[in-house]
Design a protein around this ligand. Structure first.
Ligand SMILES: [Zn+2]
Length: 466
């Protein structure tokens, strides 16, 4: 039997507005607990919310970026639930009249585009943060006490809900990377998963290939790593298939994926919308975004990441194009001259490994170094890359160092290394081609990284195959 996974995502993005959603407290991540609060975000009786104009604009901007229709009339609702980090007893969110609906995002793949529907993108406020003390890894299980930090309470949060259009963990991961890059480029969030400014829930179900209806789904909650999400999805797909094949039924539940022990213990059975008893927030008037504002924001949009991947694919192939764009390196790529694939490779590998901020790099100068890579010693090349992001970086200094390409100088070194490693030489001649790298490495070591690797390769091959 062939099973088809069905995956949908709910993504939460913190907006990086200066102030919170309904009060003037600063949005701050690293301040001492409970110092960024006021009567509104602490839910004092009688305090009233005032919406953050920038947060509304940015939600509209994001909606446009995701191909959504922008509502002419949107409403804030109260989502009622009790929790210690939710002092009002409700969260101000949006329900059946959100700001953005019906979007579509093309997700390029190696074999063509797929499209992911965006059901809605709405604006809400985040809850405070509960900190569990004394337990392992900050979990509530085994903790001695729990503290609440209200600094996060009221941070503007956009929730994006996709249609269940994704069919594999790989596609889900690719979509998330594209979405993250889009948000960052729009300048509305830093979308840093370690900080919690980007989190997501994954809904997973499986069905037999060809089946039209959706089966019961489970939810993996509060993921904050693309790789863990991909692993969690894989695991959940296998689990559900196992249940069906054993004649059982999948139960609707929320799972907490623990990447450490690869298990996903159930948290609770999923609430239904009716459990929250949504009703329109009586303290706020409906939102009616002006058409001039929407059109102004539409003109601010740049070429989206998925379109840039397709454009670059023609030059460097799909994998490099995807890596450049989702890694935020394609802007530097476009202003670095030189052979396209060589430039892309250096940006994705050596420059990324050196931890240099692509935005700070002088592309013109970097291009000169990449172009003459074979002629300069490895060490000088690495130094140049490490320095490429600092002000006043010039290729000249590094290009002045030349690698040893003189055979007369290299031959004695190569001969000595071959005679010192007779066993490996025999193994290579017996068919272990991979050992060539070992010999190259020895020569580079012996010359302090100053040998021209291309020449070393050629000479070694000649001598070994002689
Ligand atoms: Zn406040």
């Amino acid at each position: 039997m062939t099973w088809e996974p069905v995956i949908g995502l709910e993504i939460h993005v913190h907006l990086k507005t200066r102030t919170k959603m309904f009060c003037r407290c600063p949005v701050a991540y690293f301040e001492p607990p409970n110092t960024q609060t006021c009567p509104v975000c602490l839910a004092f009786p009688g305090s009233l919310p005032v919406p953050n104009r920038k947060a509304v604009e940015w939600t509209v901007l994001l909606g446009l970026g995701l191909g959504c229709e922008i509502a002419e009339h949107a409403v804030f609702h109260r989502k009622n639930y009790f929790y210690p980090d939710n002092p009002k007893g409700y969260q101000i969110s949006q329900y059946d009249e959100p700001l953005c609906v019906n979007g579509r995002v093309p997700v390029p793949g190696a074999d063509g585009d797929m499209e992911v529907g965006i059901v809605r993108a709405h604006l809400e406020e985040d809850a405070a943060k509960t900190v569990h003390v004394g337990g392992a890894e900050g979990r509530i299980h085994g903790s001695e006490s729990s503290l609440v930090d209200f600094n996060r309470a009221g941070t503007p949060l956009v929730e994006i809900v996709t249609a269940p259009d994704l069919r594999s963990s790989e596609d889900a991961k690719r979509f998330l990377q594209l979405l993250r890059q889009t948000v960052v480029e729009l300048g509305i969030s830093d979308a840093e998963m370690e900080k919690g400014s980007l989190r997501f829930d994954v809904n997973v179900s499986v069905r037999e290939a060809g089946e039209a209806a959706l089966r019961t789904r489970t939810e993996l909650k509060n993921m904050n790593s693309f790789n863990f999400a991909a692993k969690g999805i894989e695991r959940e797909i296998k689990r559900q298939i196992g249940i069906y094949e054993a004649g059982g039924e999948v139960e609707q539940e929320t799972l907490h994926f623990d990447p450490g022990n690869e298990s996903a213990p159930p948290l609770r059975s999923k609430e239904e919308a009716q459990d929250y008893r949504y009703f329109p927030e009586p303290d706020l008037v409906p939102l009616e975004p002006q058409r001039e504002m929407v059109e102004r924001l539409r003109r601010e949009l740049r070429e989206p990441p998925w379109a840039r991947i397709r454009r670059l694919e023609a030059e460097v192939g799909f994998t490099l194009a995807e890596g450049l764009v989702t890694g935020g390196r394609d802007e530097l790529y476009s202003r670095t001259p030189g052979e396209r694939e060589a430039v892309a490779n250096v940006l994705m590998n050596e420059l990324a490994a050196a931890g240099v901020d692509p935005a700070a790099v002088n592309g013109e100068e970097l291009g000169k170094v990449i172009e003459r890579r074979a002629e300069i010693p490895r060490a000088a090349f690495d130094e140049a890359l490490a320095a490429s992001g600092s002000g006043g970086f010039s290729a000249e200094r590094y290009l002045a160092e030349t690698a040893i390409a003189d055979v007369g100088e290299l031959d004695p070194v190569i001969d000595r290394i071959l005679s010192e490693n007779e066993q490996q030489v025999e193994a290579y001649r017996g068919g272990k081609d991979g050992l060539l790298g070992f010999f190259v490495g020895q020569v580079m070591k012996e010359t302090g990284g100053k040998a021209n690797p291309q020449v070393v390769n050629e000479r070694l091959r000649e001598k070994l195959n002689a």
